[in-house]
Design a protein around this ligand. Structure first.
Ligand code: FAD
Ligand code: UDP
Length: 385
């Protein structure tokens, strides 16, 4: 069924039991809204041992550092409603994300801004000069309608910056040459002809002041939300009453026994290390673009909380190397491949979901979509507008 029919369904079946499957951002927001607005009991099922989904973080007992267990997570949004909503459950720090790229023996700021362009070409261009210079480089490529990521990238920044900063990183990240990838992947990466190394161009940004764990426990703190962790929906669903309303935020293909085929994802592997130094790399995230370096990024999580003085005073840090990995069914799914073949498959599963009474599919796994946390929240909140 379509998500917009959720509130109508809840109203027309006031005694039907409500189950939310998956306690990531999406599931927690659905549970919170239904408990608050409908004063209904919601059973929130989560197959992992803890809530928070891929946005989960914990505190390392040795260093006091908050570790983002599934890669760095920075809350950022352009959506005023989402920003007002999320701050009801946690205060946020004024953290502003920046990223640096190490490649070819140099360090650049990422995304590409005027400093990156000047550093790369050894120039002192003004914004207008840089634009004119790159426009000429772009024209030389002769791409009018980009058909893949490589064509899109050279049509944005020209061949030189692409070969240095995008090609190697992207090939490692996706395990394919950029010429075989959809152009949409690069849409997230802006190009700026001014000195602005902010990673996100959003007006609101920050990290939950006391950590992500507190944000999630506050989201589900209502006594009407019954959280059951370590429970797989597929092991339980036969015991659900026939009139149950189910909001499902797991993988959409799994919901239908993968009957049309399996949607493909890219995975990641994280290698953790506690290092006895005050500051390992001077910032939260450094990207590695060289093809012979097997990881794509190093995260140093203490930089997300410069205000946590006690942890900084210990003189230790936690780092994590991120390695792209092949995804196999049952493994952790990170990035949807999102090419035409998979999009066609998705539409078949979505059609099945729409035909199933009292079933609502949402979230990044259910929508087979890269959703930031604010996007996941917005999708859920829109159902109650
Ligand atoms: P998930 O977090 O995946 O939650 C789904 C939950 O459902 C999981 O806990 C899963 O265990 C559970 N589940 C699935 N199947 C079942 C089942 N059968 N039974 C019971 N439970 C089940 N967003 C940002 O805003 N900022 C960032 O900086 C950022 N960084 C990211 C970095 C990486 C590497 C990636 C991949 C994503 C990043 N995101 C970021 C996106 C963010 O992770 C998502 O927005 C968020 O995870 C979406 O939440 P969700 O609830 O839809 O999915
Ligand atoms: N990218 C790149 N070089 C970089 C960083 C990103 O080529 O140093 C490309 C790469 O294709 C990546 C995409 O930009 O998949 C999106 O990057 P982002 O950092 O937004 O991805 P995420 O944080 O979601 O992994």
């Amino acid at each position: 069924m379509k998500l917009i029919q959720l509130t109508e369904t809840l109203r027309s079946a006031p005694t039907a039991p409500v189950f939310v499957v998956g306690a990531g951002v999406t599931g927690c927001v659905f549970a919170e809204r239904i408990a608050s607005l409908f004063r209904r009991t919601v059973v929130l099922l989560e197959k992992r041992a803890e809530i928070g989904g891929n946005s989960r973080a914990d505190i390392d007992p040795e260093t006091g550092v908050e570790r983002h267990l599934y890669g760095s997570h920075i809350f950022h949004t352009t959506n005023r409603g989402v920003w007002d909503y999320v701050r009801r459950f946690s205060d946020f720090t004024p953290y502003r994300h920046r990223v640096f790229l190490k490649v070819g023996g140099r360090v650049y700021s990422m995304p590409i801004d005027l400093k990156t362009i000047n550093d790369f070409y050894g120039t002192q261009f003004s914004p207008a000069e840089a634009r004119a210079f790159l426009t000429e480089k772009i024209r030389e490529e002769g791409v009018s309608a980009p058909r893949n990521l490589e064509e899109k990238a050279v049509s944005l920044v020209g061949r030189g910056l692409y070969e240095c900063m995008i090609r190697g990183y992207t090939a490692k990240q996706w395990g394919r040459d950029p010429s075989e990838l959809p152009e949409s992947i690069i849409n997230r990466l802006p190009v700026r002809y001014r000195y602005d190394d902010a990673y996100f161009s959003t007006p609101w940004q920050g990290i939950p002041a006391k950590g992500y764990a507190e944000l999630f426990s506050n989201l589900v703190r209502s006594p009407l939300v019954e959280v059951r962790t370590g429970v797989d929906f597929f092991a339980e669903r036969r015991s659900f009453p026939r009139n149950a309303v189910v909001i499902y935020t797991g993988m959409i293909d799994r919901l239908f026994d993968n009957r049309f085929g399996t949607l493909e994802w890219r995975s990641l592997r994280f290698e953790w290390e506690n290092v006895p130094v005050q500051d390992y790399q001077g910032t939260s995230v450094v990207n590695y673009g060289d093809p012979d370096v097997p990881f794509t990024r190093i995260h140093e999580f203490k930089h997300y909380h410069p205000e946590w003085k006690e942890s900084w005073a210990l003189g230790k840090t936690v780092i994590c190397r991120e390695y792209p990995a092949v995804w196999a069914p049952g493994g952790d799914a990170y990035y949807p491949l999102g090419d035409e073949k998979n999009r066609t498959l998705l539409s078949r599963y979505m059609a099945e979901a729409e035909k199933t009474p009292n079933l609502f599919v949402a979230g990044r796994l259910g929508s087979y979509q890269y959703l930031d946390m604010d996007g996941a929240m917005a999708q859920a909140l829109a159902c109650f507008a």
